[in-house]
Ligand binder design. Structure first.
Ligand code: ZN
Length: 426
């Protein structure tokens, strides 16, 4: 296959020859008799994106999403690998469940589905799950998370860090001190007081991050912080990194774009955990992502069935879709204002998340001999988001009707097109 006239990292246009799943040649005006030609003039080529934080809902809530529908949404978003969170039913806390999810991903064949293992049995925060068995399974789990719940017990968190250190793994913490967020509905501040909704204070996130970076430093283990949402969290991470703690962090597209002003509508599509914060937080998150304090963008793609989401605010489940619009949101919030160039986007959405998840064949440079995991983006395209057109089985997109820049035209997984002309190939 010959990709003609693409611009790797937005730089000079070249042709890329893909053979046997790898980039076989890069050059000007390559001609290869018999090759399938993909016209890519004007398109930006980037390494296939890697998501550290996807909820695929299978097993258990196949009415909201399946491994296959979520994989299709991911491919359409330019992803070639996604980490599937463990809060399924049953919970992914054994080798058997993580292998089941891994196999479903292989069958769908649209992205590499990398299971995340639960830290504690049943996500109950009481005793450690079979971390070693999951690491040794066919799914080769390296990221462990109770996401949806915080590993709140500090002694248990310390033991989890000690275990994952031996496995070359990482604990991905959903940082939320549960005693401070009982009944919480939105960011705690003037607006929550005025709207009469129970607040989720920034301190509930920041307190756990501060505790965990100290524990990770003490143990000498890797810690990853999920969906950082406050300016204070960015400051704590900056301090921890300056001290040499092995901590990495992610931010979601929605926390880069949206604020708690969205709650004024009482539309539960904007209810999410952690909640949308203030404009000052959004600015701090963008700056933190730009300077590398925040390592990665992760979607926290959280599909919900209509009956769980389209109710009154207080009873709606938290969470929003993200896979299909993540890159567009990053283009709007980071590339267009000049905070990241295309190499920066590749670093934050592919290279860094692949390194955190220890994925060897993803997050690789666009270079001869490398696996042909890549996407082609039309950065000039702008269109409003139509939830009815999404590949996800759910419809809870916070971007409905919003015009966003950039369109993923094609995605290739080991040289095979999973998306062509903006449409999934299977
Ligand atoms: Zn979470």
């Amino acid at each position: 296959m010959l990709i003609k006239g693409a611009k790797p990292y937005g730089e000079d246009a070249v042709d890329l020859l893909v053979e046997d799943g790898r980039i076989a040649a890069i050059g000007d005006e390559l001609t290869v008799p018999g090759a399938d030609v993909v016209q890519a003039a004007g398109l930006v080529a980037l390494p296939g994106l890697v998501d550290l934080h996807t909820h695929l809902r299978e097993p258990g809530r196949e009415d909201a999403e399946t491994v296959e529908t979520g994989s299709r949404a991911a491919a359409l978003g330019g992803y070639t690998a996604v980490h599937a969170m463990a809060n399924t039913d049953p919970v992914a806390d054994t080798a058997g469940v993580v292998e089941q999810v891994w196999r479903l991903g292989q069958q769908a064949g649209l992205v590499d589905v990398v299971p995340v293992g639960a830290v504690t049995v049943g996500l109950r925060g009481e005793r450690l799950a079979e971390l070693g068995a999951m690491a040794d399974s066919a799914a080769r789990v390296r990221v462990f998370s109770d996401d949806g719940h915080c590993v709140a017990d500090p002694a248990l968190m310390r033991r989890a860090l000690e275990y994952v250190k031996a496995l070359d793994g990482v604990v991905a913490q959903h940082a939320e001190e549960p005693r401070l967020t009982v009944g919480a509905q939105m960011n705690e501040g003037d607006r929550s007081a005025r709207l009469g909704l129970t607040g989720w204070p920034a301190a509930a996130e920041e307190a756990v991050i501060a505790r965990d970076v100290l524990l990770a430093g003490h143990v000498g283990a890797r810690l990853h912080v999920c969906h950082v949402s406050t300016a204070g969290s960015v400051e704590i991470l900056r301090w921890a990194k300056s001290r040499g703690v092995q901590v990495t962090a992610e931010v979601t597209p929605h926390h880069l774009l949206l604020t708690d002003e969205c709650a004024e509508s009482y539309d539960p599509v904007f209810k999410v955990n952690p909640p949308l914060r203030t404009e000052a937080d959004v600015q701090a998150l963008r700056a933190g992502l730009a300077d590398g304090t925040i390592d990665a963008v992760a979607t926290d793609h959280a599909p919900h069935a209509v009956e769980d989401k389209e109710s009154e605010w207080a009873s709606a489940r938290p969470g929003m879709l993200g896979l299909e619009q993540a890159l567009a949101v990053v283009v709007q919030t980071m590339v267009e204002p000049g905070l990241l160039d295309w190499r920066g986007v590749a670093e934050r959405m592919s290279v860094a998340p692949a390194a955190i998840g220890r994925l060897e064949s993803h997050g690789r440079p666009l270079a001869v001999g490398e696996p042909a995991n890549l996407l082609l983006l039309d950065p000039a395209h702008r269109a409003p988001v139509d939830p009815a057109a999404l590949a996800s089985r759910s419809r809870n997109s916070p971007y409905a009707g919003r015009e966003l820049p950039g369109r993923v035209v094609a995605t290739f997984l080991r040289g095979t097109a999973t998306v062509l002309d903006g449409k999934a190939t299977r």
